[in-house]
Design a protein around this ligand. Structure first.
Ligand code: SAM
Length: 225
């Protein structure tokens, strides 16, 4: 689906501006070797995540959807030395490949992979009464997007950044019949982003190696007294 010129431009931008390091490139390679799907974010999106982590001064990151740790490593690169990242993954094979990549990237001490369905992990994190997260990246099963946004508001501090990936889905947001499994969850989440009293959001439409898609960027607002 991605047009060849979109891919060529992205490759040009990647080597000219983005400069993915050896560790993130290893995440791509090992995922392919393990037969995992190439559904990680594009390099320019990974770099955007890292810059957003740095610009927002985030110390505690929550990621929903680990795969091989590609976006995890990008975000981890933006953390200060004392920073931590919790990432949720339910497939043991993905978690295993991701762990090797995260450790090889030098982030093993600061990253915790939580194995299991993300909704269960999120409930467990609330029970653990941790400090609230500063940055939340949602990139897992699209059917649960709205639930993940609700959890982001519960587990994030006021002012925290929320990034939700895959918001256009080749235009399926306007034509849910294109993908009955995922489109509804994406549309519901967009409506929630627009209506939620504790979220202030925008959505950016993108093209590139991942085709025609986009991401939402939101800020958690303080609860009304
Ligand atoms: N964020 C990753 C990156 O950019 O490198 C890509 C994540 S991939 C799109 C989605 C991942 O979420 C997959 O590894 C999948 O196994 C995992 N996943 C899907 N549904 C899940 C669930 N309910 N709980 C936990 N993980 C889930």
């Amino acid at each position: 689906k991605p047009r060849p010129e979109w891919i060529a431009v992205e490759e040009f931008l990647s080597r000219t501006v983005v400069h993915p390091d050896a560790a993130v490139q290893q995440a791509i390679r090992t995922a392919a070797e393990a037969g995992m799907p190439a559904i990680e974010v594009a390099p320019n999106a990974g770099k955007l995540l890292k810059l957003l982590v740095q610009m927002s001064g985030a110390h505690r990151i929550l990621e929903i959807g680990t795969l091989a740790g590609y976006s995890t490593i990008w975000m981890g690169r933006g953390l200060p030395r004392s920073g931590t990242l919790v990432t949720c993954e339910y497939l043991p094979q993905h978690a295993e490949v991701a762990w090797a990549n995260i450790d090889a990237a030098g982030l093993g001490e600061r990253v915790e992979i939580r194995l299991g369905p993300a909704l269960e992990t999120l409930a467990a994190l609330e029970e653990e009464e941790r400090e609230p997260f500063d940055f939340i990246f949602i990139d897992a099963d699209k059917q649960n997007n709205s639930r993940y946004l609700d959890w982001a508001v519960r587990l994030g501090r006021p002012g925290a950044v929320v990034v939700l990936d895959n918001t256009i889905w080749e235009g399926a947001v306007l034509d849910p019949g294109m993908d009955p499994v995922n489109a509804q969850g994406i549309i519901e989440a967009l409506k929630l982003l627009g209506d939620h009293p504790r979220l202030d959001a925008t959505v950016i439409q993108t093209v590139g190696s991942k085709g025609w898609d986009g991401f939402a960027l939101a800020r958690i607002l303080p609860a009304q007294q």
